[in-house]
Design a binder for this molecule. Sequence first.
Ligand code: F6R
Length: 251
Amino acid sequence: MRFYKVTDYKEMSRKAANIISAQIILKPDCVLGLATGSTPIGIYQQLIEWYKKGDLDFHEVRTVNLDEYKGISSDNPQSYRYFMNQNLFNHINIAQEHTFLPDGMAKDSEAECTRFNDVIQLLGGVDLQLLGLGHNGHIAFNEPDEAFGKGTHCVALTESTIDANSRLFREGELVPSHAYTMGIRSIMLAKKILLVVSGKDKAEILYKAMTGPIIPTIPASILQMHPDITVVTDADAAALLDDKLFAQTDK
Ligand code: F6R
């Protein structure tokens, strides 16, 4: 595991965007695994800025996203497809048909999970998977459970996740209760993982996930087993981690 502690959210975004850029430069036709949520927004803004400067080219890149709400269509502003279009895809030179997310409106959930697993396989697997960390230790929508989830599956979201997500919905709007998500197995099969964590409120779960026992009640703890993972965290989220862990500390 490689840890980078940087001062704040802006620096975390820059460092993570640097790592993603390096991947694209080294392998222009790479497959990027992407995430939604508030943490990656700054990373996407930085990538857009570098693209606009002419430093990055996405035309051969393919992307797969970790998850999508079930029962929400792609033109719904709450869908993860909409989020990705708004926050990244619409601003760079990537064709929509090179970007893959589970289809929230699929009629047959099981068939949709199989289709999405097949997409990842046909693309040759994920070269670099970007991950955020949930307050309860979830990664993608793999919630605390008795066992680690495997391939893409449809999950019932926990109350804490629904609560955390509800901030993104307008009052009175129904917050989805189910979602499609890549499983732990799909995530662990990515060749490289980039975990980004920001904020005091994530310090305790980051500490537990990175240094505690590997248990399905803290899904992110499995990342300790990945052979090529980089963790980029701001100082607030890193507050409980031992300084010895860090390859580089920007004070
Ligand atoms: C989103 C996702 C989620 C988030 C996690 C953290 O695609 O997979 O697991 O990464 O909920 O969300 P934020 O970044 O909003 O704290």
